[in-house]
Design a protein around this ligand. Sequence first.
Ligand code: ZN
Length: 233
Amino acid sequence: MQTHTSHRTLWVSLLAATCLMTWPAGSSAAGSRPVVHGLVNARTISPPPLQEVRYATTYNFLGRVLYATPDVWVHKDVARALQRVQRELAREGLGLKIFDGYRPFSVQCRMWAALPDDRYVSNPKKNRGRHTRGTAVDVTLVDRLGREFAMPTAYDFFGEAAHRSSRAWTPEQRAHSLKLEAVMERHGFVPYPFEWWHFDFRNWEKFPPLDISFRNLALGVKTATPIPDSPNS
Ligand SMILES: [Zn+2]
């Protein structure tokens, strides 16, 4: 079992390295200059959403710690939109819980290596990712005590039951999912078809994919060199 795990870890590392080699420093990336990345910590949103950053723990589909800090970072335009969502939900005593926001490109590569199915993980060679731009959020609804609404599946359940077209949902699960969709859409987010929890900020493709680390974000680094978009994205 241990041997199997080691082989799998090695294989995932090799595949992730291949993905990262698509933009080696000194070639295509050399044309990019550092830009102000515009990412802000979701704790600055008022009222702040609850956070449960499973990728900063081993409680995720890879069983490995992928983020150095348990923080959610999003582009400042996205933070403003989430603040409008939070204020609308607060009128009913409700709020959002966020599982994920910005994800470094190098982590996207590792996830793709482990789960190369672009319904559930963006193919970084094709579109450089959605979460890598700070424009995607994985969210659910919570009540005033922070209890999650009953939703169709657990977060990061990769299968048809999580698809918005699923016919397996109970009326209650569908009503909750539609309530989340409606409030997110009112404030500029587009629901993703294969995951009830994933929403992209409109025009997400126009935001640059980034690979700044969580550590550097926590240190207050304000600029990053964008990953060049692939020609076929
Ligand atoms: Zn997502």
